[in-house]
Design a protein around this ligand. Structure first.
Ligand code: G1P
Length: 297
């Protein structure tokens, strides 16, 4: 199939300082949302979209993340011996085949664009996905799958996009729209973390991308942008005037910013409520705690 996307890069080199002291010894991506590490949600979404090769751009101290992808034969045997088939299947569903996972170290924290560039030799001539595991997206049809399907029509570069409140826009990459076709927009400009008052719109880039390998040509120039970092947004924007162009895709789904404490807690509550075995107890607790806070006011 033309434009088939089978590789995804997961930049996971960040230090997770917003979650200190937890991240002193636990990589942020291993922190659990209900009972699964954050990164598992991104992997499941990637798998559902047809991704077969998973490339993690890591840094010092991310050993627990690499271990997480190993098979656990002793644990599996013990679950088998005890007849715990459901748990065994759950565990096995997270196993990766040998050769499906690759790790690339980002030796210096020079920005998201630089992290992606570090994986350049593992990407061939085909378009590939980038997934930021901090952005957790709950959706009936997984977000990356929605994008892969639309990408078959567009080609070029595609970024997930979402309208965000005015006062939050400057925390994101922001799109300048050339043409609005509903779920798809054609982009004529992109700015990383625009200064308040200079935002071209309130349509923000969310952490899912399908990129053509031309992005590496721009990243290899190592030009710095917002915050003095090599920005992925700038490398994508450099291709706006090409024939292939750049598209924003308004996905259907609920996004949680698990890079922030408030977002992580919201995702924990939402994913907890979505679980049959937890929702009753959790709802009752939330009702009671909110009522007692109100009574104390
Ligand atoms: C990154 C990207 C930004 C994007 C955001 C989405 O920023 O650089 O363009 O809008 O992810 O979560 P970060 O959150 O790493 O500062």
């Amino acid at each position: 199939m033309k434009n088939k996307v089978t590789k995804a890069i997961f930049p996971v080199a960040g230090m997770g300082t917003r979650f200190l002291p937890a991240t002193k010894s636990v990589p942020k991506e291993i922190m659990t949302l209900v009972d699964r590490p954050l990164v598992q949600y991104a992997i499941d979404e990637a798998r559902a979209a047809g991704i077969e090769e998973f490339i993690f751009v890591t840094s010092r101290g991310k050993g627990a993340l690499e271990d997480y992808f190993d098979e656990a034969p002793q644990l599996e045997q013990s679950l088998k011996d005890k007849g715990k088939t459901e748990l065994l299947e759950l565990l096995q569903s997270t196993n990766m085949e040998s050769g499906q996972v690759a790790y690339m170290r980002q030796h210096k924290a020079l920005g998201l664009g630089h992290a992606i560039w570090c994986a350049r030799h593992l990407i061939g001539d085909n378009p590939f996905a980038v997934m930021l595991p901090d952005d957790v997206i709950a959706a009936e049809k997984p977000c990356l799958k929605q994008m892969v399907e639309s990408y078959e029509q567009t080609g070029g570069h595609m970024v997930a996009a979402m309208e965000v409140p005015k006062d939050k826009v400057s925390a994101y990459g922001v799109l300048d729209l050339k043409e609005d076709m509903g779920s798809m927009v054609k982009v004529k400009g992109m700015v990383e973390k625009p200064k308040a008052g200079t935002e071209p719109s309130n349509l923000a880039v969310i952490g899912r991308y399908i990129l053509a390998p031309t992005v590496f040509d721009h990243l290899s120039k190592k030009q710095t942008g917002a915050g003095g970092e090599i920005q992925l947004t700038d490398a994508i924007a450099a291709d706006i005037d090409t024939d292939a162009g750049v598209y924003g895709y308004r996905f259907r789904g609920q996004r949680y910013d698990c890079g922030s404490k408030a977002g992580f807690l919201q995702a924990t509550i939402a994913f907890g409520l979505a679980r049959d075995e937890l929702s009753g107890e959790l709802e009752e607790f939330m009702h009671d705690i909110l009522a007692s806070r109100k009574a104390a006011e």
